[in-house]
Design a protein around this ligand. Structure first.
Ligand SMILES: [Zn+2]
Length: 78
């Protein structure tokens, strides 16, 4: 399992997620983001807004995902 924080995944807090694949950790982070969004958490709403803007540019989004995947892959397994 590898761990990444909410912040590392484009979020806004230091909550840690643990998963065996990048797809899995991205899903965990997304679910957490949606929960925080429901609670009207200001910091997470801003982070989600920034992600939304990123998504409007598929090329940049792709680049972001690839960089994050690389970051995930380079982490030590624990
Ligand atoms: Zn968070």
């Amino acid at each position: 399992m590898k761990t990444m924080t909410c912040k590392q995944l484009g979020g806004a807090c230091d909550k840690e997620f643990a998963a065996n694949s990048f797809e899995e950790i991205a899903e965990l982070s997304k679910n957490h983001g949606m929960e925080m969004f429901k609670e009207n958490d200001e910091a997470h709403m801003q982070a989600m807004q920034a992600m939304k803007e990123l998504m409007m540019n598929p090329e940049k989004m792709q680049e972001w995902m690839e960089n994050k995947k690389k970051e995930f892959d380079s982490l030590p397994d624990n």
